[in-house]
Design a binder for this molecule. Structure first.
Ligand code: T3D
Length: 260
């Protein structure tokens, strides 16, 4: 599957960009789009040049969530179908080999907000609006929003925006720590690329293990977490990047990291 119809995909100067590409529906999610998204993330994982991933949307929106004109019929096995068809794409983003960043232009609503939350970082255009749209149509948040959002902005704020459906503006998102930066719309992708540069040049494997540790900390005791940190440290310290990092420090030069 390399001829995508619902996303665009490119890898340029070590940064992969996946663009959700159904602008007429504000990039609403379909079974095909989610299959293409998962496939593209897998391509990133297999491409040794790729050192960061940007997820963005074509047109005036990032993603409006489930395509409400193409839902599963009543009586369908929603759990089975979406755990097989949607969840793997989200999990692929969460486990991506390289750091991930959602560049949010315009609206990120419903499961589209959940997709942004599956990325490591979010940069917002001034036009961005983050909407937990589910309660507006009598549903509960899904695709990981109830897991990721309280952790990102705290329980009270998360419950508030989930229950009221009120939009989070770009400036509030930054105040709440949901986004790392807010920019003019036309600068969104250039800023995202610049913002990622230190990570593109960074120790990819150690960055991935850092994410793994932060994720594990949600469940671990302090002792278990300290042990896991040291287990990963033991694994990393004998590899190229850690040796190069230590040597570069002593030789007063910039390190050149290579490990995948
Ligand atoms: O049962 C299940 O399927 C369970 C799954 C649930 C997962 C979910 O994600 S539930 C949440 C689904 N999403 C929503 O409820 C959001 C629906 N959209 C909106 O509320 C608004 O469109 C926005 C607030 C996102 C943006 O508003 P606005 O005024 O900027 O744009 P618009 O005019 O409403 O939309 C522009 C076009 O996109 C329009 O098409 P048209 O009339 O020009 O032909 C609209 O129908 C289309 N569009 C927007 N969102 C969706 C959509 N088409 C299909 N699905 C959408 N989600």
């Amino acid at each position: 599957m390399s001829d995508y119809s619902q996303i665009r995909f490119e890898i340029r100067e070590r940064i992969a960009t996946i663009t959700l590409n159904r602008p007429d529906a504000l990039n609403a999610l379909t079974l095909d789009l989610m299959a293409e998204l998962k496939h593209a993330v897998e391509q990133v994982n297999q491409d040794s040049q790729a050192r960061a991933l940007i997820l963005t949307g074509a047109g005036r929106g990032f993603c409006s969530g489930q395509d409400l004109k193409n839902r599963l019929p009543e009586g369908a096995d929603l759990v089975g179908t979406l755990m097989e068809a949607y969840y793997p794409a989200v999990e692929a983003l969460r486990q991506c080999r390289v750091p991930t960043l959602a560049a949010v232009n315009g609206v990120a609503a419903g499961a589209g907000f959940s997709l942004a939350l599956a990325c490591d970082f979010i940069i917002a255009a001034q036009s961005a609006r983050f909407i937990q749209a589910f309660s507006r149509i009598g549903l509960v948040p899904d695709l990981g929003s109830t897991y990721a959002l309280p952790r990102a902005i705290g329980r009270s704020r998360a419950l508030r925006v989930m229950m009221t459906g009120e939009p989070i503006s770009a400036s509030t998102a930054q105040d709440w720590g949901l986004t790392v930066q807010t920019v003019e719309g036309e600068q969104l992708l250039d800023t995202a690329r610049q913002w990622l540069q230190p990570l593109v040049n960074g120790p990819t494997q150690a960055l991935r293990k850092t994410r793994e540790l932060v994720n594990a900390s949600e469940e671990n005791s302090f002792e278990a977490q300290c042990r896991l940190e040291l287990e990963l440290q033991q694994m990393l310290r004998v590899q190229h990047d850690a040796k190069e990092g230590g040597a570069a420090f002593l030789e007063k030069r910039k390190p050149v990291f290579k490990d995948l």
